[in-house]
Ligand binder design. Sequence first.
Ligand SMILES: Nc1ncnc2c1ncn2[C@@H]1O[C@H](COP(=O)(O)OP(=O)(O)O)[C@@H](O)[C@H]1O
Ligand SMILES: [Mg+2]
Length: 474
Amino acid sequence: MNKLLIIEDNCELCKQLKRGIGKEYDVMFAGDCKEAIALFYRYRPKVVTLGIGLSPDENGIVEGFRCLEQILSHSPTTRVIVITEHERRDIGLRAVQAGAYGFCRKPIHMSELRVIINRAFNLLDMEEDNARQQSVLEQKGCGFGGIIGKSPQMLQVFSMIRKVSLSDVAVFITGESGTGKELVAKALHNMSLRKNGPFVPINCGAIPENLLESEMFGTERGAFTGAHARILGKAEYAHKGTMFLDEIGELPGNLQVKLLRFLQEKVLQRVGGREDIAVDARIISATNMDIAKAIGEGLFREDLYYRIAVITINLPPLRERGDDIMLLANLFLKRATEEFCKKTRGFSTSSLKILKNYTWPGNVRELENRVQRAVIMSDSPLIEPADLGLTENSMPLMMPPMGCVTLKDARDRLEREMIISALGRQEGNIAKAAEVLGVSRPTLYDLMKKYSLSRLSPNPERQGTNDGIQYGQQ
Ligand SMILES: Nc1ncnc2c1ncn2[C@@H]1O[C@H](COP(=O)(O)OP(=O)(O)O)[C@@H](O)[C@H]1O
Ligand SMILES: [Mg+2]
């Protein structure tokens, strides 16, 4: 039976929980934080429910949050479900922000709580399964640190990760959306000396500008109307761990200044506070925007850029990764058939052709979504192009002449994309790429020169680097 730890100081509620769900799990109870941590160490439950109003601070939440923090700092993958008073949805949300898996409000509906708990256990099982499959692939040399790939481009990325993971340098990850930037950030964290500390992602593009500062640096009680309690920011939660600043190119100017100060001095001030709080966090950031252009246009501070980009890792788009496309497609297919209990065996010949030649503007994320959807939709043993939502004819139209104003622009873009894709598929072999493109080798060389493409890393930004690692000035 799955082990479930219930942390709750209200006897009535404990009884209610025991009656409601006691038979389905191997349940243990703790009445305070100390007892909870002791049980946690001894039995390592994977799912925990935590009454946030924990004694000795029954009317407050300080003790509850302390307990949450302690559990997660010992074991970041534990799913903690927080139980709050009915009217305190804000506290539930804050707990989730601090790393809780979810929350449930009083009065507790057992059926609802059961769904949340079961889902937490199921997800954990699935993650363990995925990790097993992943490690089998990695043992065969098809991936590294949870990232699947064996194309020369990805091997170069793995070598970079290996080199920089043990140091505390600021790493800047670039690449189109869906290329695995967050995955690389996590791999860097998991291989670092901070691996037992928290990994705290913050998406600078997804949070409204006026909330971003308190989200990052926290808020002091009374900083503005409605600020009833002190709220810790993500940076503080990242103490002794890694803060992952996603879409950093979207960071507004005033926050760029504050972040720079934080990176230089390693202290922060909460919004409305004066106290300097020392925080030791490693910074990894990512963007899919052209940061050089943003700097040129005065939208991104150059001094901040040098701080965050001591080392840059470029993730190649999926269309440049050759056989990795099929490696990933098969992995996602296997996962989805297991998850949705389907009997799909593989891809039809025409699907295979399309998968290899499609430009994948949404990269690995798009591949994962399309394969998953196809498995759900398909009733036959082989996935057909229609299940993937792709047709051979629609492929060239899928190429992104977006943002092109003139026909010449669009033609150039298309030409460049097709060359990149062909070089990727042929793993940099110019003769073969020329053949599939239907041009002579000298013509392909000329075109590559025209579009500043090199053989292995057809991305011009990646040229002139030492072993693929770009060193920024500091
Ligand atoms: N090389 C890879 N191997 C396995 N899964 C990958 C790989 N690259 C990306 N993914 C998966 O694709 C999705 C998008 O990755 P993510 O890291 O969020 O991309 P980005 O941050 O660049 O948009 C995630 O579900 C991630 O697990
Ligand atoms: Mg991302």
